[in-house]
Ligand binder design. Structure first.
Ligand SMILES: [Ca+2]
Ligand SMILES: [Ca+2]
Ligand SMILES: [Ca+2]
Length: 346
C-alpha cells in the first residue's frame, strides 16, 4: 500500500520563457506536487519572452547571486524530484542553459537535475542565446526532505492490558500527533479496521464506540510527500459491558415467619465477574454506612437484628455494575432454658 516517494518520479518544470515546449520524453505526471511547483514558479513572476540586452562578458558575476529576499516561494521536494529546465529565444535561439546548486560552479544543463542531499538548496539558472546574450540568473529555493514524519497516538486513558489484550472503554478518545523537522507535516490520516481512510483534524480526537476488537492505523505525510513507511497501529478492545455481581451466603437461610434468618456463623461473600477487562474493584456498604468501602473478605454479622449489604463492582476500564443489596436477620442469642421440679400429682 505504501509507495515510497523515492520511487515517484516527478519532474518540476522550470520555464524560462512563455514557450513551454515538451522537449523531454519524461512527461510530467499529474501530481499535486507538480501543481504546487508550478504555482511556486508562477509566484516567482516568470517573465514571458524575456531576453536580456546584456552582453558584456563578466558582468553576469554580480547578477548570478540574487539577494536573499528574492528566494521567493520555497518549494518542498524529496530526492525523487527532478527539475527540468527549458528555455526559448525569440530570435537567434538558445545556445545553452547553465545552472548551479547553492554556491557551486555554473555547469551546462543537459538532463533534469536531481538533488539528493537533504536541506534547503538554491538552484540558480539562466540561458545564453546564439549571439551571446546572457539572461539575468533566476533562483529557485527548494527544501529537499527525504525523511518521513514520525507519528504517535495518545489515548485519553491508558488502556488496561489483560492477557495481552488492550482494553478500553467507549469514552476513550485518541489523539494523533505527528512531527516533521524539515518540510513539516502536511496531513495525518487514519483508518479504523478496514474502513476507508480519513483525514485526521487536530483537536478532533477519534472516538471508538463500537464494542469489540478494533485496529486504528495512522500515518502522516510531510510537505515533500514523504509518508510514514510503517503505519502506526493501535489494537484495542472496547469493553462496554458492566460487571455482574452477586452476594452469596455460606449456608441456606432459615425462613421464620416469611423472614430470612442467617444460620449461626453464616458469612456473606460478594462475587463479581467481568469477562473482558476484568474486575478492578468490589465495593460494599454494610448496614447503611454512608460510603462504599473496598470489599476484603466474607462478611459475618455478630450483632442481633436486621442487617444489610449493598455491593457494586467496577471493571478495569471503569464500567460500574448495578448495585445489588440483600437484607438478613441474625439471631445470635441462644435460647434460655429453665427447669423446675414438678410433683407427680400435677
Ligand atoms: Ca520530512
Ligand atoms: Ca466489562
Ligand atoms: Ca436465638
Amino acid at each position: 500500500m505504501i509507495v515510497s516517494n523515492k520511487m515517484k518520479f516527478i519532474i518540476v518544470l522550470i520555464v524560462f520563457s512563455v514557450s513551454l515546449i515538451a522537449q523531454s520524453n519524461r512527461k510530467p505526471v499529474p501530481n499535486p506536487k507538480l501543481d504546487k511547483a508550478k504555482e511556486a514558479l508562477d509566484s516567482l513572476g516568470l517573465p514571458g519572452g524575456e531576453k536580456t540586452a546584456q552582453s558584456t562578458p563578466g558582468a553576469e558575476a554580480t547578477k548570478a547571486a540574487p539577494s536573499a529576499e528574492s528566494e521567493g516561494t520555497v518549494i518542498y521536494v524529496n530526492a525523487g524530484t527532478f527539475f527540468e529546465i527549458s528555455s526559448a529565444d525569440d530570435a537567434t535561439n538558445v545556445d545553452y542553459i547553465e545552472y548551479k546548486i547553492n554556491n557551486g560552479e555554473f555547469q551546462k544543463y543537459s538532463n533534469p537535475i536531481n538533488i539528493a542531499q537533504e536541506g534547503k538548496q538554491t538552484i540558480i539558472y539562466r540561458a545564453v542565446d546564439k549571439v551571446g546574450n546572457k539572461e539575468t540568473a533566476k533562483l529557485l529555493t527548494v527544501v529537499v526532505d527525504n525523511t518521513p514524519p514520525t507519528v504517535k497516538m495518545i489515548p485519553s486513558e491508558v488502556p488496561y492490558s489483560r492477557d495481552k489484550v488492550q482494553y478500553v472503554n467507549n469514552r476513550t478518545t485518541y489523539t494523533i500527533a505527528a512531527e516533521d523537522n524539515s518540510s513539516g507535516v502536511k496531513k495525518i490520516e487514519y483508518f479504523i479496521d478496514d474502513a476507508p481512510k480519513q483525514k485526521y483534524t487536530n483537536g478532533n480526537p477519534i472516538k471508538l464506540e463500537t464494542p469489540g476488537a478494533h485496529i486504528i492505523s495512522y500515518y502522516a505525510t510531510d510537505n515533500s510527500g514523504n509518508v510514514t513507511p510503517e503505519y502506526g497501529k493501535m489494537l484495542v478492545n472496547v469493553d462496554v459491558n458492566r460487571p455482574t455481581i452477586k452476594i452469596v451466603e455460606s449456608s441456606p437461610y432459615v425462613v421464620i415467619g416469611g423472614k430470612n434468618y442467617a444460620k449461626k456463623d453464616t458469612s456473606f461473600a460478594v462475587k463479581a465477574f467481568d469477562n473482558e477487562s476484568g474486575i478492578s474493584q468490589v465495593l460494599v456498604k454494610v448496614d447503611g454506612a454512608s460510603d462504599f468501602a473496598p470489599y476484603a473478605e466474607p462478611i459475618v454479622f455478630t450483632a442481633q437484628g436486621e442487617h444489610t449489604i449493598e455491593a457494586k463492582a467496577i471493571d478495569n476500564v471503569g464500567n460500574e455494575s448495578e448495585i445489588v443489596s440483600m437484607t438478613v436477620l441474625t439471631d445470635v442469642n441462644p435460647p434460655n432454658t429453665t427447669i423446675r421440679a414438678i410433683s407427680k400429682e400435677d
